[in-house]
Ligand binder design. Structure first.
Ligand code: 6R9
Length: 635
């Protein structure tokens, strides 16, 4: 198939050039050849970044579920679409074929309709990683309801804020969830959230942990009996290419979360095309992304991208540490996983464990390893490459965002030579630009600046739900006529990109711009260090000085702490220079993290500034308890 599967570097450059020179022709060909449209577009692209307004495949009609399910039935009906691996390894995995997926999604879609959900209504999905989650997402898409998945680890406050922001009519949840050895009372959290949500009329409840929960009569309904009585036929709603498919919230640097709105046609084309190429997925491969569907990674690369390619996609309910830290590798062996996609934070946690937990398992099925979510530090990259990929599975370090919908900068495995900590080259159709502080584009190689994208791509978010002005202010105002990512990046001598971290994480010390990621990289090279985070704090002479929070690998570490501090600064001096040395180093048991594993530097910054009176919203933290501990031991 022309253009669809890139096989060598020369071809990458050739296809890339075409996608840049003739973007409309390029994406039109991809869209024509590989998808099912009820009506073709009148126009491939219209755009204006000053408003900002972007439309792809305007006038086209389609339903994404016909592309993800129906069209595979003739050739792949009995192939596993979703391979569900439950929390408890003693429970059986479930292989859901494309035929079964078709029936179950249609039944679910009919239940939504019976409960009064119509095209354009918002449905909040607050479910653990069980098959019902994927079914609920697809059932919404089948009838044109806009899904808003909220990660089922968020608190009641975070949930109610999101439900109210987009005025959801329904919540789909479960009685509870398993998380390793623990159970979580999801329905209790929903009940609490709904005290503040007048817009919700119906709550559908899936049974997972069989706990005793309260059902509010008239509002709450058990899902399974409704599904059992529903027909397995449901005509797919006719959607315009630019009709919203979903809303997904992402936290802003301040205030209210931003409900990023993704639309149907462009999102489908781009996630499908990028999935196929960034993972080099081949028919009959088993692909596993360990993210939760509550994040964009799960939307694009567990559900839509893989299913649009007729792939087998693994859905894992549990955690990497249960029943022990070998679980990921056990699953890779058990299901003969070919592509494995995870986050640096998971890699670092696993690298802290003994190698015997890796060596116990046969990982020879692996062909491609992926990383996403934050910069992958050099040490973690090598551990992943050496011990999991056995130096033969390329690592695709994929840089992208909730806002971009799909992977933006990534190596193509077996095509792009990889380089540790580099996301390498722009994906097909993506035109990055690095900008200096004065808004000038930095041309050529060996430059370092703010990462922007200067031309639209099909899966970009079109607006922030209910607040187009904020969309414009956040992404299109910093640099004229460009989408601003909020990240910094450098382009090396061959044109490879390395993401240096959020630009708001750049700290200017004595007039030097320092990215937090390279300093953390250096610190993490110290054999005693498990993880670290750097923030700036005011300094009389330097303007800013650096404060490091460092987790040691061994909690019983008995070495003299002052010596360790010296050694850490020595490593920084070696890797970056004395300018990047830390003024303060606090050893800590943990770092405040968001549910997706990102360090909440805002909090660390406040602590370093000795300003702990108002730490802002900590309700979305994975581990709020570490905050007090850090405050108590701060300098
Ligand atoms: C997909 C996702 C987006 C932010 C992004 C950047 C960071 C993601 C990265 C990476 C370096 C990578 N990020 N992937 N940084 N290398 N491969 O994570 O979306 O949750 O919206 O986060 O994550 O800072 O701007 P989202």
């Amino acid at each position: 198939m022309s253009n669809y599967h890139i096989k060598h570097l020369e071809e990458y450059y050739q296809v890339y050039r075409k996608s840049i020179r003739e973007p409309e022709n390029f994406w039109e060909e991809v869209a024509e050849e590989h998808f099912m449209w009820q009506r073709k577009w009148d126009r491939v692209l219209s755009w204006d970044f000053s408003r900002p307004e972007v439309k792809w495949f305007e006038g086209a009609q389609l339903n994404i579920t016909e592309n993800c399910i129906d069209r595979h039935l003739a050739t792949r009906g009995n192939k596993t679409a979703i391979l569900f691996e439950p929390n408890d390894p003693k429970d059986d995995a479930e292989h859901i074929t494309y035929n079964q997926l078709y029936q179950r999604v249609n039944q679910f879609a009919n239940v939504l309709k019976e409960q009064g959900i119509k095209k354009g209504d918002r449905v909040c999905i607050y479910l653990p990683m069980i098959p019902e989650l994927a079914m609920a997402v697809l059932a919404c898409a089948r009838i044109g309801a806009i899904h808003s998945v909220v990660f089922a680890g968020f608190s009641a406050t975070a949930l109610s804020t999101r439900i109210n922001d987009s005025d959801c009519k329904m919540v789909i949840t479960s009685d509870g969830s398993y998380r390793g050895a623990k159970t979580i009372d999801l329905k209790g959290i929903v009940d609490e959230a709904l005290n503040d949500c007048a817009c919700v009329e119906t709550v559908l409840v899936a049974k997972r942990i069989h706990s005793d929960i309260q059902m509010t009569s008239g509002r709450d309904k058990w899902l399974q009996p409704l599904l059992d009585n529903a027909s397995t036929d449901c005509k797919a709603e006719v959607m315009n290419a630019e009709d919203p498919l979903f809303i997904l919230y992402t936290s802003g640097s301040t205030g209210q979360p931003k409900g990023m709105v993704h639309t149907t046609g462009g999102y489908m084309v781009y996630t499908a095309y990028s999935f196929k190429n960034a993972f080099q997925y081949r028919e009959n491969d088993v692909y596993w992304c360990t993210a939760d569907i509550g994040w964009i990674t799960g939307h694009s690369y567990i559900v839509y991208g893989p299913l649009a390619n007729g792939a087998t996609t693994v859905m894992f309910e549990g955690v990497p540490s249960y029943p022990d830290f070998g679980r990921f590798w056990e699953i890779v062996e058990k299901h003969k996983v070919n592509q494995f996609y995870t986050a640096p934070t998971a890699i670092r946690a696993l690298a802290k464990q003994g190698l015997e937990l890796v060596e116990k398992y046969d990982l020879s099925s692996l062909k491609v390893l992926g990383s996403v979510g934050e910069p992958i530090n050099e040490e973690a990259w090598h551990w992943y490459n050496d011990n999991i990929g056995k130096k033969k599975s390329p690592i695709v370090d994929t840089w992208w965002q909730t806002e971009t919908g799909g992977i933006m900068i990534t190596p193509i495995p077996f095509v792009t030579p990889t380089k540790p900590t580099y996301a390498t080259l722009p994906f097909i159709g993506i035109q990055p630009a690095l900008m200096d502080e004065n808004g000038k584009e930095l041309k050529g190689n060996q430059v370092d600046g703010r990462l922007c994208i200067k031309f639209p791509w099909p899966s970009m978010a079109r607006t922030i739900w209910g607040n187009h002005q904020r969309y414009k202010d956040t992404y299109f105002s910093a640099f004229e006529n460009k989408y601003f990512t909020g990240d910094g990046a450098l382009r090396d001598e061959v044109g490879y990109y390395r993401i240096t971290g959020r630009v708001d994480d750049v700290i200017i010390v004595s007039g030097h711009n320092l990215g937090t990621a390279p300093i953390e990289d250096a610190i993490n090279e110290h054999p005693a260090v498990a993880e670290s985070a750097i923030v700036g704090f005011p300094h009389d002479v330097k303007g800013n000085a650096l404060y490091g929070y460092v987790i040691l690998k061994d909690v019983g570490e008995t070495r003299d702490q002052d010596n360790l501090r010296k050694e850490i600064n020595q490593i920084i001096t070696e890797h970056i220079g004395p300018i990047a040395k830390l003024d303060k180093i606090q050893f800590t048991q943990g770092l405040p993290k968001t549910r997706s594993g990102k360090i909440m530097r805002r909090i660390l910054r406040k602590i370093a500034h000795k300003d702990t009176s108002n730490l802002g919203d900590t309700s979305t933290l994975l581990n709020p308890e570490v905050v007090q501990d850090i405050i108590d031991n701060a300098f």
